[in-house]
Design a protein around this ligand. Structure first.
Ligand code: FAD
Ligand code: NAI
Length: 472
């Protein structure tokens, strides 16, 4: 039986990063993942294969198309004829995915991580953990001193809704071969909004059906309100909040959805329906039951703040444990666990995980919302600055949205930054760094920001905390 210092189960952004870091620290490491393409390992998990990377590729292509159609004329660029070649767009997406997944295989070789294609199950723990790996009809056993479970998550299924040709999850929605005329989406969360954006920009009429009466409740209230206002202005979206799904049925070439809202019972037919109603942790069947791995009632593996499970020498990271289901959170936990195993004392601050929603306008935040601060009775001051007063945003032709900085009323420490607007995904990093260094809003306000740049909006919002913004 082959023996390792560390066996990582799952090669998503949690697992593959953990494996690389373990190997960098001199630990003999194997990473086992069951995802394959054409008989070869498709490393990178959900993120690279059917998540972050393919969705961002299609978001970019579809945004370029929409800009060319709707905005280029205002720059004096006239395009007489334009069409979408969806096959080419999808091929571009696939080549980006392939480059990334083979990049991980390269990184594994470079760092000396052994990669196994197969399905792993933990059979025993203790000083020497025993794993069984099923692949190609056979099973093999291996031994490791430490095990890191990084098995990720999968789309939540709704009772009575069966996935098929026309009713799909997010993976199916990334692979449409034709642009649906009428697209229904159950769930106006992150996936519903991002994938809805892709197909709306390419010409679909998109209807979002959301159970919650509130739009994007985890974002800051002002940001959610502004986002809803902006999305509702765009042609091609209908966002129905507070609906109750009654039935979904695939009939011939369409999907009939019956739901209830404030107006009564409504029946709608769609060419395609995406179910984007959250994701569930893949915690079952990875560990033998007799070992007694602690799993909470939502299916998340229970861990302490060092990602240790209740089993000796067994850790869990990423989507399979509590916290944001985000790639960068999974990776950071992976690094932390690797360094802990190697005897270091790393820490992950769960309050400093940034969120980004890649819609147009983009939405990003880090730290607490105003609602959280109020409910925790923390006194704060807020400063806000609109992109309409930012020269770079005007030059870009996208001056929607604002930056909002929330700072402690007594200490002036930055407690949260909320952005809706162009390149919010990039701008948020400055806020994360500032908060990681316990900066005050005055620290950001006294930092020189390049002109003209979008980052000046964060500078001005920080000045606004003290009521001394210069350009509003
Ligand atoms: P995963 O990436 O899910 O990887 C787990 C791997 O383990 C999988 O390959 C799985 O097949 C394998 N596995 C499971 N069980 C076993 C077993 N028993 N044996 C062997 N292998 C096993 N996050 C962001 O931060 N930014 C984004 O822009 C973003 N966009 C997204 C878009 C979409 C459409 C989706 C669906 C998700 C998106 N996410 C995004 C979320 C992100 O993909 C996840 O948070 C991230 O992939 C979690 O990483 P992980 O390593 O925990 O798990
Ligand atoms: P989500 O939790 O963001 O949204 C799901 C939505 O579906 C919720 O608003 C919920 O109220 C609604 N819903 C649930 N059941 C419903 C029902 N029966 N009828 C109508 N609405 C219903 O989950 P989503 O969008 O599936 O994404 C899963 C996770 O993937 C995200 O939470 C995020 O962690 C990750 N992700 C991150 C991205 C990013 O970072 N940009 C992009 C895409 C996904």
């Amino acid at each position: 039986m082959k023996a390792y210092d560390v066996a990582v189960i799952g090669a998503g952004p949690g697992g593959y990063v953990a494996a690389i870091r373990c190997a960098q620290l001199g630990l003999r490491t194997v990473c086992i993942d069951d995802r394959e393409k054409d008989g070869k390992p498709a490393l990178g998990g959900t993120c690279l294969n059917v998540g972050c990377i393919p969705s961002k590729a299609l978001l970019e292509s579809s945004e370029n198309y929409e800009k060319a159609r709707m905005e280029y004329a205002s720059h004096g660029i006239l395009i007489k004829e334009m069409a979408v070649d969806l096959a080419k767009m999808q091929a571009r997406k696939s080549s980006i995915v392939d480059a990334h997944t083979s990049g991980i295989a390269f990184l594994f070789r470079k760092n000396g991580v052994e990669s196994i294609l197969g399905r792993a199950r933990l059979k025993n723990t203790g000083e020497h953990c025993i794993l069984e790996v099923a692949s190609g009809g056979g099973t093999a056993r291996l031994e490791a001193k430490h095990v890191i479970i990084a098995t990720g998550s999968s789309p939540r299924k709704l009772e009575g809704v069966t996935f098929g040709n026309r009713i799909v999850d997010s993976s199916g929605a990334l692979a449409f071969e034709e642009i649906p005329k009428k697209l229904g989406i159950i769930g106006a969360g992150v996936i519903g909004l991002e994938l809805g954006s892709v197909w709306r920009r390419l010409g679909s009429e998109v209807v979002l059906l959301e159970a919650s009466p509130e739009f994007l409740p985890s974002a800051d209230e002002k940001v959610s309100k502004e986002a809803l206002r902006q999305f509702r202005k765009e042609a091609g979206w209908t966002i129905n909040l507070g609906i109750k799904l009654l039935s979904v049925e695939e009939i011939g070439s369409s999907v009939k959805v019956i739901y209830e809202n404030y107006d009564g019972v409504i029946e709608q037919d769609f060419d395609r329906l995406i179910v984007a109603a959250g994701r569930i942790p893949s915690s079952k069947a990875v560990v033998d039951d007799h070992l007694g791995l602690a799993i909470d009632d939502k299916g998340f593996i229970e861990v302490d703040r060092h990602c240790r499970t209740n089993l000796p020498n067994v850790y869990a990271i990423g989507d399979v444990v509590q916290g944001a289901m985000l790639a960068h959170k999974a990776s950071e936990e992976g690094v932390t666990v690797a360094e802990s195993i190697a005897g270091q004392k790393p820490e992950v601050d769960p309050h400093l995980v940034p969120w980004v929603i890649y819609t147009s306008p983009e939405i990003a935040w880090v730290g607490k919302t105003e609602r959280q601060l109020k409910s925790e009775e923390i006194e704060y001051r807020a400063g806000q600055f609109p992109f309409s007063a930012n020269g770079r945003a005007q030059a870009l032709g996208d001056a929607r949205g604002f930056v909002k900085v929330l700072a402690d009323a007594k200490t002036d420490s930055v407690l949260g930054v909320h952005i809706i607007g162009p390149f919010a995904s990039e701008l948020i990093s400055e806020a994360v760094v500032a908060m990681a260094f316990s900066a005050s809003s005055e620290d950001i306000a006294r930092t020189i920001h390049a002109h003209p740049s979008l980052s000046e909006a964060l500078h001005e919002a920080s000045l606004a905390v003290e009521g001394r913004a210069l350009h509003i």
